[in-house]
Ligand binder design. Sequence first.
Ligand code: ADE
Ligand code: ZN
Length: 339
Amino acid sequence: MTVANWPVAELHVHIEGTLETELLVVLARRNDVALPSYDPDALRELYRFTDLQSFLDIYYANLAVLRTEADFYDLGMAYLTRASAAGVRRAEIFFDPQTHLANGIPLDVVFGGLTRALADARATLGISADLILCFLRHLGGAAALQTLDAAVPFLDQFIGVGLDSAEVGFPPSLFTEVFARAKALGLHRVAHAGEEGGPDYVHEALDLLGVERVDHGIRAIEDPGLVEILRERQVPLTVCPLSNVCLRATPTLAEHALPAMLAAGLLVTINSDDPAYFGGYIDDNLSALQREFGLDNQQLATLARNSFRASFLPEAEKRRHIADVDEHLEGLLRLTSGA
Ligand code: ADE
Ligand code: ZN
């Protein structure tokens, strides 16, 4: 059975991580940027990661091919088209402006291309999407503040801020000032925590940054007190199972924390993170979980409902999407009962 048609929200996807090797080659040729190979399959063969940093090294290097507004548009449209086919009705999409600024690309080029892709995808595919600006933790708190200041003229083009890149050694406590400023600007706040870093990073993200969602958060399961806080407050955790396997945050999918997280009553959502690098989009992640853990339709419906509950959509829109999930579930149950 396919899970491709569940209506879902994707809340943890880096637009830069959706750069498929086919588009990478097109953009490298378009902009005269050197690659180790111009064969998309050979490039994909290089994607053998041992941890988060081994992935980030290749991911950042590849981003040198993004030069013009048209490049960012093509990247955004390619993801939204693929996501829409996977059942995504709402996407809250991370982007890393500091990487592009370091490559000499001004913010208006990045925003211009991505915002136009989001508008066109809404018009042609009916998918709702917004941007979340991420700070690179390895560049520190002062650089994050500078980036937020530079992004203020574009405040109408993103809905929140996030925190990504190398986790261990760059705790949330380094970013309290920039997150306070983001809050004062009326922006949503999320942060990667508990991917490679321990439960203490999740505590800091909640207590010092005031995040509304935790990205990954899988290592929270090691701390029963933290699990109780997350359950009680129903803090959403945007889990990315295929990413966790590829970056060895979990030894195998069979050993993934997801079943324990669900059993603990946590508000878990399923996401693709960097689908061009980790072997699949949101539907591939759901299919892998279904194969590994034998998830039934009720459990898949819970994950789909959670994704809309955890989104930053207005309540009325959340309810409309959740009604679509319920309708999809009823259709499947009718099919399997032969009615
Ligand atoms: N940037 C892109 N993908 C990431 C991940 N999984 N963790 C931290 N930073 C990232
Ligand atoms: Zn991520």
